[in-house]
Design a protein around this ligand. Structure first.
Ligand SMILES: [Zn+2]
Length: 357
């Protein structure tokens, strides 16, 4: 279930991209919630309800509506109950000025820096708009992505001694040279340690509602700090090198499109689909974020469109190298480009995992 009262409090804090301290404070709170137990979060959500005490509230002398006054109190209590113990207790009533002062002090003291705990956290949009199942799905997929990175690293290490590891490498990265295998290893190492340690926010682009504005990093085409209202739902995800965030779209959460870790290797026949596991989707984005990979534009691959089978993609100049059918072809034609392509890493690690577990 989404957390409407927590969401209302977060939206008071992070309503404008120009209020950087407010956006960072909301991120701090989201990080704290991500490291709390579901029971603690549910209790907090319940306590921020104020169903009875708010009855009979009127608009304030300064123009704040009753709902706005309740949300101000939610925000100051949300701060205190998560990251703001040191500020002391928030005001007890619904006085607009008291709460505004408390919130302002919190932004000044706690909103200078973003969260810096080890590991990923679910961003404010996640707490506001996603279900418990969605959150569980992301945590599971994150662990799966780590396992995929390990499987990939093992396959890379055993490439010389095991023919199946060598075949797995060649399938997605083509002929091996020392510099290319070193580059692949470096990306996978960075992905593994990034997934393990980096303080990364995970946002969701789906199920965002129109009646609530929450500003955070990442939920926009440009990756800047923008309102979570800006959505592009039918995508898998986005991430940029050193962006500090990873954003997931509705395809990730669609059980018809995504799966748990695969136990069979990919088919490379035409029309076999993208065959994406959720762990693989996180791994793909993590190679952008930590390994500086690209989504290779197919127009850059020499001879790619010479094959009549790929005529279709020619019509779309932005067509990029995703999925087993295309990435296997890229590995044959341009191994030097495959070692920089995010989905080639995803396919390599998923196959490595399916072969050795
Ligand atoms: Zn990508």
């Amino acid at each position: 279930m989404s957390k409407p009262h927590i969401a209302a409090g977060l939206s008071v804090l992070a309503k404008s991209a120009s209020d950087a301290n407010g956006v960072k404070l909301a991120a701090h709170i989201a990080c704290h919630l991500s490291h709390s137990t579901p029971l603690a979060v549910n209790l907090l959500e319940f306590d921020l309800g104020y169903p009875l005490r708010s009855l009979g509230l009127r608009s304030s002398a300064y123009g704040q509506t009753p709902a706005g006054r309740i949300n101000l109190r939610r925000a100051s209590n949300l701060i205190y109950r998560t990251v703001g113990r040191a500020l002391g207790e928030p005001p007890g009533g619904f006085d607009e000025l008291d709460h505004t002062r408390y919130i302002q002090a919190a932004k000044t003291r706690l909103g200078q820096d973003g969260p810096n705990r080890d590991g990923f956290y679910l961003a404010p949009s996640f707490w506001a708009f996603s279900s418990h199942d969605d959150r569980v799905m992301v945590r599971t997929a994150w662990d799966e992505a780590r396992r995929l990175a390990v499987a990939g690293l093992k396959a890379l290490c055993h490439r010389d001694s095991e023919s199946r590891s060598s075949a797995c490498y060649r399938r997605w990265f083509g002929d091996a040279t020392p510099s290319r295998t070193a580059a692949v290893g470096q990306v996978l190492q960075r992905v593994y340690s990034g997934l393990q340690q980096a303080c990364v926010s995970v946002s969701c682009m789906h199920r965002v509602t129109d009646d609530l504005t929450i500003v955070e990093k990442g939920v926009s085409a440009g990756g800047g700090t923008v309102s979570a209202k800006v959505t592009n739902a039918a995508v898998w995800g986005t991430a940029w090198h050193r962006g500090g965030f990873l954003c997931l779209g509705s395809n990730f959460f669609d059980p018809l499109l995504s799966s748990r870790l695969r136990t069979t290797i990919h088919r490379t026949a035409r029309g076999s689909g993208l065959e994406i596991s959720r762990g693989g989707a996180i791994l793909h984005e993590a190679t952008h974020l930590f390994g500086n990979t690209d989504d290779l534009e197919l127009v850059k691959v020499p001879d790619f469109f010479a094959d009549p089978e790929f005529e279709e993609g020619k019509k779309n100049p932005d067509a990029a190298a995703y999925g087993p059918w295309i990435c296997a072809r890229v590995a044959d034609l341009a191994p030097h480009l495959a070692v920089d392509n995010a989905d080639s890493f995803r396919l390599f690690c998923e196959d490595a995992f399916a072969r050795v577990g």
